[in-house]
Design a protein around this ligand. Sequence first.
Ligand SMILES: NC(=O)c1ccc[n+]([C@@H]2O[C@H](COP(=O)([O-])OP(=O)(O)OC[C@H]3O[C@@H](n4cnc5c(N)ncnc54)[C@H](OP(=O)(O)O)[C@@H]3O)[C@@H](O)[C@H]2O)c1
Length: 277
Amino acid sequence: MSYSTSLPAGYTALITGASAGLGAEFARQMAPEAGTLVLVARRLERLDVLKEELTLTNPKLRVYTFVHDLNDPAAVEALIAELKTKEIAVDFLVNNAGLGDLGTFETSEWSRVQSMLRVNIEALTALTHALLPGMIQRKSGAVLNVASTAGFLPLPTFAVYAATKAYVNSFTEALAIEVRPHGVTITALCPGPVATEFGDVATRANSGRKFGPVKALYVSAEQVVREALRGVKKGKVRVIPGFQVRWAALLLLETVPTPVKRLCLNLASRINAKPQG
Ligand SMILES: NC(=O)c1ccc[n+]([C@@H]2O[C@H](COP(=O)([O-])OP(=O)(O)OC[C@H]3O[C@@H](n4cnc5c(N)ncnc54)[C@H](OP(=O)(O)O)[C@@H]3O)[C@@H](O)[C@H]2O)c1
């Protein structure tokens, strides 16, 4: 389903998790058309290097680098306050920051689980809550929530991550309908595997488990972002980048009955339980 979207020329965009992977690629692809980019992450040096690169190739672009740990609710509030103080009206919010944790729930560290809940869900919801009213008032704007195809299925050994992304998918679909009359769009981006730092961050030290999705399902960060931005411009509610991922998702979601999905997940989890490499 798609609705019309309207981003003003030279829009102001805020990208969370801009220091690496998809977030940095969003900044690169948005830089030629945006007026202002607000880049948020914890690693300032990475953001500064990116800022230099972007302003070199786009001299008219204004770039802010804000360091905030989205795992800390007070830091999320501080980010929202900073936007107000600096009178930055965000037209395009890209809720991209996120992390996973690969391994059984029983053996997970609570701090890691909490980080996923806070960054993947709470910060995304808080930023949307803070910035959406301004967009509705101006009758234009877009929110892009980076979910995952992992949000389509309960995933043993990735249980909390998949559940956080299921939240993002559900939240986005519902909100898209709420904001439809106001000239604002909300899109869930659901990539399959992408070669970024995500896999390393999700891998626990000494666990013997490796992040290793089927190679044929990998889509480049450039393509994921290109398709995402095209989807936002078309006002799409959900974007699944990559032909092969789209078909795999469609096949799995629309044609496989739940008991068969459970059986497959059980088998996969037994295979994965064997220590690897
Ligand atoms: N790569 C994949 O296979 C894949 C597939 C589907 C969906 N996704 C989703 O895509 C999004 C981007 O991930 P990626 O693949 O680009 O991973 P990545 O390379 O690990 O980048 C993650 C970004 O999130 C930021 N971040 C993490 N924790 C943060 C925190 N507490 N506060 C502020 N920023 C934080 C990181 O910045 P700092 O470390 O500098 O803070 C980094 O810029 C995530 O939501 C992920 O779930 C990824």
